[in-house]
Ligand binder design. Structure first.
Ligand SMILES: CC(C)(COP(=O)(O)OP(=O)(O)OC[C@H]1O[C@@H](n2cnc3c(N)ncnc32)[C@H](O)[C@@H]1OP(=O)(O)O)[C@@H](O)C(=O)NCCC(=O)NCCS
Length: 180
């Protein structure tokens, strides 16, 4: 029973009252308050892939998102109503959490959604992991600025990690956050 309750709690992180107030007193509820985080499922993938393609030059295919769901990674979306605004994907094993993707729809960026999802992933990792890792392109200054502001430190470089133009490869910067 406890396990079931934990799974339900895991599925929805949301204050249901907000939706009620939004319907009855629309003026009283801001857009940010209507944003909710929940676990990603297969029916989200059409929207997720549209955001992915709009956001990256070398996007993940739907098959990779499916694998992440099948692997029961920490796959989260942020949404308002039925519209997905962004998502974050993290694997966890043997004391290490690894952020594999964090992506906000281009039209929804710079409103604090990336930070909100990252904070949530950190809070999830905190329960089981000692260190969080991620890779980022050195040219992705906005993402680097977000990670540094959340306490991540650069710990190294993975050579030729990412695909780049003209069949070239680009290095990845590795960042880590100690959770203990
Ligand atoms: C990187 C990304 C996830 C940030 O998400 P976001 O919702 O736009 O970011 P937030 O509004 O939460 O901003 C958090 C911080 O990120 C940095 N940042 C994000 N967008 C920025 C911009 N356009 N200019 C400058 N800093 C920016 C800032 O440090 C910001 O903190 P501040 O608001 O206190 O200045 C988002 O830009 C994105 O999805 N980019 C495309 C996919 C991608 O590159 N993902 C990361 C892969 S490693």
């Amino acid at each position: 029973m406890r396990d079931l309750l934990d799974r339900i709690k895991d599925f929805v992180v949301y204050d249901a009252d907000v939706e009620f107030y939004a319907k009855v007193f629309p003026e009283s509820v801001g857009r940010k308050e209507l944003m909710r985080l929940r676990k990603m499922n297969r029916t989200d993938l059409d929207q997720v892939v549209v955001i992915e393609i709009a956001s990256y030059q070398f996007p993940w295919g739907e098959d990779i998102f499916r694998d992440c769901i099948n692997m029961r990674y920490q796959n989260w979306v942020c949404e308002i109503g039925d519209e997905i605004l962004g998502y974050g994907i993290m694997s966890m094993a043997v004391g290490e959490a690894h952020i594999l993707n964090l992506c906000i729809s281009p039209k929804e960026q710079k409103q604090g959604i990336g930070r909100k999802i990252l904070e949530h992933l950190i809070s999830v990792a905190y329960t089981e992991a000692e260190t969080m890792f991620l890779e980022v392109r050195p040219t992705n200054i906005h993402a680097i600025s977000l990670y540094e502001s959340m306490g991540f430190n650069e710990i190294g470089v993975r050579r030729n990690y990412y695909p780049a133009d003209n069949n070239n490869r680009e290095d990845a910067l590795m960042f880590a956050l100690e959770l203990i």
